[in-house]
Design a protein around this ligand. Structure first.
Ligand code: ZN
Length: 326
C-alpha cells in the first residue's frame, strides 16, 4: 500500500465543495480553545480542551496507547499555538527521533482544523513497555529534534524553528523550545489520557507579555514578575482529572484557577476534525508517478493510497491514471 503525506499542501478549495472527500466525522467542538488574560498583569494564555474530538482523532490510528497519548498532547499543543495565528495558515509540530516513535506530526489551521500522524515501531514499543510500563515522551522519541512551523499559505515563507529534544515530557520539550526561541517566558502543561468517556486531551499555555511599565500601567517590573510567578503557581494546581472531565466547562476551570487574579476570558474558538486529503489531490499526485512505479504499486489493477492523517484508503483503477511519460 502506498502511503502519502500531504503535509505541506494548503487548502485550495473549501472542504464542502470537495465531493470526493472521504467520510470523515463532521464534528466541531465550539469552545475547544478559550483564550484569557489577567487584567493589569503581564499574563495571557489559552486553555485547550478538544473533548470528544480527541477520541475521534486518536482512535482512527492503530498506534499503541502510549503513542496515542503523546499524539493527543501534541494535538492540544498545536491547537493552542494555532489559535494565536493572525493570518490564514497552519501551525505544525514535528518531532523526529531515534526511538520507537520515529516521527510525530500534528498540525492545526487558524480555523481550528486538527490532524496528526505518528510513525511508531510497535514491536520496539512493546519491548520498551516490558521494561517501562509508563514511558515518557523522551523514552518514546529518543534523541532527535522537534520543529515548530507556521505555514501561511502559498507564496509565503514557512517559518520554522528547530531545537534538539530536551526534557522528559512533551510539555518540557515545548517549554525548552519556547525558552530558546521566544523573546518572552512561556509556561506549558499538556494532558492526555483514556477516560471512561474515551480519549481526552488538554493544554494550558501561558505567556508573559510585555506591559507598559511605570505610571502608564501602574505596574512595576517587579510587580509584573510577581504576578507571572503567581499565575504559574496557580496554573500548576490544574489537574488532569479536571481538564479531561467533559462535565467541567473551560470557563469554570479558568475561574477556579485565576478568579482572584483579574481573569478576563475572550471569545472561545472552535476545533474540528481537519484532514485535508482528497481524491482529486491524490489522483493528481499519482499522475506525477512514472509508468513503472504505477505498475509496481498496483495490485490486481487497483492502486490503494492511504492518507496517513485520517487513515482513509482511496482506491484508483490503474487504468484511470495515465502517469508521467518520460
Ligand atoms: Zn485524510
Amino acid at each position: 500500500m502506498q502511503r502519502v503525506c500531504a503535509m505541506t499542501s494548503n487548502i485550495s478549495s473549501p472542504a464542502f465543495l470537495d465531493t470526493s472527500r472521504p467520510d470523515t466525522p463532521d464534528l466541531v467542538v465550539p469552545q475547544g480553545v478559550v483564550p484569557f488574560y489577567l487584567d493589569n498583569r503581564p499574563v495571557r494564555g489559552r486553555l485547550v480542551r478538544p473533548g470528544v474530538l480527541t477520541d475521534m482523532l486518536l482512535t482512527r490510528h492503530d498506534n499503541p496507547d502510549c503513542v496515542l497519548r503523546l499524539a493527543g498532547e501534541a494535538l492540544a499543543l498545536v491547537a493552542a499555538l494555532a489559535s494565536a495565528l493572525k493570518f490564514q495558515g497552519s501551525f505544525s509540530l514535528q518531532a523526529k527521533g531515534d526511538g520507537p516513535l520515529s516521527l510525530l506530526l500534528a498540525d492545526c489551521t487558524d480555523a481550528g482544523a486538527l490532524r496528526f500522524h505518528a510513525r511508531s515501531d510497535d514491536e520496539a514499543v512493546a519491548e520498551l513497555l516490558k521494561a517501562n510500563p509508563n514511558p515518557t515522551a523522551s523514552d518514546l522519541l529518543g534523541k532527535g529534534y522537534i520543529a515548530f512551523s507556521v505555514d501561511q499559505g502559498p507564496d509565503t515563507d514557512i517559518h520554522q524553528g528547530i531545537v534538539e529534544i530536551s526534557g522528559e515530557s512533551l510539555s518540557e520539550m515545548a517549554a525548552h523550545y519556547f525558552a530558546t526561541s521566544e523573546q518572552h517566558a512561556c509556561w506549558v502543561k499538556l494532558f492526555c489520557d483514556k477516560t471512561e468517556a474515551g480519549w481526552r486531551a488538554g493544554a494550558l499555555v501561558m505567556e508573559k507579555i510585555a506591559m507598559g511599565g511605570g505610571i502608564e500601567s501602574g505596574v512595576t517590573p517587579e510587580e509584573g514578575e510577581d504576578a507571572w510567578e503567581t499565575a504559574i503557581t496557580l496554573a500548576t494546581t490544574l489537574t488532569a482529572r479536571e481538564v479531561l472531565d467533559d462535565r467541567l466547562g473551560s470557563a469554570d476551570l479558568l475561574y477556579r484557577l485565576f478568579h482572584a487574579e483579574g481573569l478576563i476570558t475572550g471569545q472561545p474558538r472552535a476545533l474540528a476534525f481537519g484532514c485535508r486529503c482528497s481524491r482529486a489531490r491524490l489522483s493528481s499526485l499519482l499522475e506525477t508517478f512514472s509508468l513503472d512505479d504505477l505498475d509496481h504499486i498496483a495490485k490486481d489493477g487497483t492502486i490503494t493510497m492511504n492518507c496517513q492523517f485520517c487513515n482513509h484508503d482511496f482506491h484508483f483503477q490503474r487504468s484511470e491514471i495515465s502517469g508521467k511519460t518520460a
